[in-house]
Design a protein around this ligand. Sequence first.
Ligand code: FE2
Length: 210
Amino acid sequence: MLCDMMGLTMRALDLARTDGHATPQNVTGPFPKDHVNEGSNPCYLASEDEPGQRLEVRGRVLDAATGRPIPGAMMIVWQPNQFGRYENEDDSQSEDNLRGKLRCNAEGGFQIFTIRPGGYIIGREDTEVGVLMKRLGRNRQRAPHIHYRVMHSGYRTLTSQLYFAGDPANPVDCIFSTIDDHIVDAVPHPERDGYQLITLDIAIEAEPQQ
Ligand SMILES: [Fe+2]
């Protein structure tokens, strides 16, 4: 967490970037779960009674070199609820709430129905990192985001996040992870009342040939 909050993680990921056309990696954070059960595509991440602004995220997984869709890539997605709480740190949520695993279709497409997450504070004041951040006069605010990971044979696994354009917390995100490549527009959904829509194409890069 200290590396995250000092900006070292984002800097290291930037230095390790090898393909300018690929979606950049972003900080993994402490809460991924690869073992969640595979569900459907479309993926219904939020139950009907989950509070919050309804949101659809749809897009395709593409080959970074060719721009062609990659059929059948596996995605996991995880996010906090609208109050900025992940299910594993919040007894009021059911196990694996707001987590999903889905396989992209033959056109590389994915569709996720969820809610807009809230931002949150990291590095509690009673931890060493929290004390250090306070002494440095640094804030501990994380901008609202959704985590995702994309896995496919022959390709580098991508672990990244999306952020919401216009969110006031983006410029002050405490781990410096709200880079332009990861900020997306959530627009009024043209087909679904009460929903917002994010369109997101994700480009992953092939493993280098041996
Ligand atoms: Fe997070």
